[in-house]
Design a binder for this molecule. Structure first.
Ligand code: CU
Length: 491
């Protein structure tokens, strides 16, 4: 009974992947050789568990797509199991779906191989895999099972008693005192055995749950300390995720000193002022020692900021670390290098339908959006930058190697996703995955396109849940990084 009533640990949910906060699904727009594919991977609810895959081919002629999961790095990365063939939709020949087992925690990729009229192409989608939370049992179900458990225990005890008391009696005969006494003893023994078994099972369950709890993802802890002179120190500590249990070998471990650069920086820090989400800074702290990053702050508008720090491990495992900081009025340095900032009215005072954002230098950014937005809907978010006269700027530039960077943030603080034209995957992990494929780096054409850069950028993404969101979009022309800020109500 104690087991049943007290058992909160029944299903362990993978509610998110590690890059981003609260945004588990992976969206990627990339090339498998000659074919442009828009891939959605919805990671499993449990590890081991089944990942759902959807592929929309934007290039015609694909006959077949096969998918296989394999570790992103390490010896296992070379030995791919046999791939599964995705199912082609009967209504839509360009749409393929399938599912794959993700067997272990770690940094994985789903390798897609497309065959068709133009030959074969390969595209690897990095998929970090980890359980993220333990789901509590619903009260109603727990109460029902508890009652059934009491009924079962009562039944077993009553049967033991009846067997000893009445098994030898003739039909209709009333048991004598000795038989009744025997029955009571049998019931006591049965009760003792059953209660001991339930107690033992509860202990076993708790130890299994604790072992699983150790595998439930905990992001690195980030503590932000503001010290003189205007220096923000970010300390990373491991809260004890995946510590190897005695007698078991850890197949996947996490370190705090193995970060690799992602589009040129070891850490991308978004500082967003609360509660209006009205001021944003995109900054790049430097690593000063293992697990410690430091940043000389620019002149920032004072206030309470939420900090989202993106890092990628050498395994290709990305994480978003969350903290907050109270920033007083500081003289600060001017913005430099890849730093950028933007501001808008607080979201509470803004329309959720605005599509046109006026920038401080007279330029405008436009969100080419559908009227309705729905959660879990994979789509391309398109943005266009025009100059003060409404023309395409002639000096469009890459911002940290890409046409644009976007952050999708739920105003209630439950979602943060830093997305690129390639998609919601970590760029460092994406490049690691492609390097193993023969197809070379042709997938990178989002970021390298020669002199005539377009004034439009698109981000493959889907809102994870309904709610009110703010989208921060950054594009560059000349030496100016423009930050457009848009609001969205997602149904
Ligand atoms: Cu970025």
């Amino acid at each position: 009974m104690r087991l049943l009533k007290a058992a909160p640990v029944l299903i362990v949910l993978a509610v998110g992947t590690q890059a981003h906060v609260g945004s588990p699904d992976i969206y990627l727009d990339g090339k498998a050789g000659p074919y442009q594919l828009f891939v959605t991977v919805r990671p499993p609810m449990v590890i081991p568990g089944v990942a759902e895959i959807e592929v929309r081919c934007q290039t015609p002629g694909v006959r077949e797509i096969r998918a296989v999961p394999l570790p992103l790095t390490g010896p296992g990365a070379k030995f791919a199991p046999i791939a599964d063939t995705l199912k082609r939709s009967p209504q839509d020949a360009q749409f393929f779906t399938g599912s794959l087992w993700m067997m272990a925690t770690g940094s994985w990729e789903v390798r897609l191989t497309a065959d068709g009229a133009s030959g074969r192409g390969v595209l690897s989608v990095p998929v970090p895999s980890a359980a993220r939370a333990t789901k509590k049992m619903q009260f109603g179900l727990g109460a029902l099972l508890g009652l059934l458990g009491v009924f079962l225990i009562g039944g077993v005890v009553a049967m033991a008693g009846a067997a000893v008391r009445e098994a030898k009696a003739a039909p209709g005969e009333i048991p004598n005192r000795d038989a009744k006494r025997g029955g009571r003893i049998a019931m006591s023994i049965a009760l003792f055995i059953v209660v001991t078994s339930v107690w033992g099972a509860n202990a076993w369950w708790n130890s299994e749950a604790a072992a699983y709890g150790n595998r439930v993802y905990k992001p690195l802890k980030l503590s932000a300390v503001l010290g003189p002179p205007d220096t923000l120190t970010l300390d990373l500590t491991d809260p004890g995720w995946l510590k190897p249990l005695p007698g078991r070998i850890a197949l996947f471990t996490r370190k705090i000193d193995d970060f690799v650069p992602d589009h040129g920086h070891l850490m991308h820090l978004y500082a967003i002022r609360q509660p209006g989400l009205d001021v944003v800074y995109h900054l790049h702290p430097d690593l000063v020692e293992a697990g410690v990053f430091r940043l000389k702050l620019p002149a920032m508008r004072p206030g309470k900021y939420k900090l989202y720090a993106d890092v990628v491990h050498a395994t290709g495992f990305p994480e978003t670390l969350v903290s907050s900081a109270d920033i007083p009025a500081l003289p600060g340095r001017p913005l430099a290098g890849d730093d950028a900032s933007g501001s808008a009215k607080p979201w509470q005072e803004s329309s959720a339908r605005g599509t046109n954002f006026g920038l401080p230098d007279g330029y405008r950014m436009e969100w080419i959006r559908p009227a309705e937005l729905h959660s879990k809907q994979a789509m391309l978010f398109r943005f266009r930058l025009t100059d003060a006269a409404g023309r395409a700027p002639r000096d469009m530039a890459l911002y940290m190697g890409m046409l644009g960077h976007a952050a999708f943030v739920n105003t209630d603080g439950t979602v943060f996703a830093h997305v690129h034209p390639t998609g919601s995957v970590s760029m460092a992990a994406f490049m690691m995955a492609q390097q193993k494929n023969d197809s070379g780096m042709s997938e990178m054409d989002h970021s390298v396109r020669g002199d005539a850069l377009p004034n439009e950028v698109s981000f493959p993404y889907g809102f994870p849940a309904s709610g009110r969101y703010r989208v921060f979009v950054q594009m560059k022309h000349g030496t100016t990084v423009e930050t457009g800020i848009f609001d969205a109500a997602v149904e």
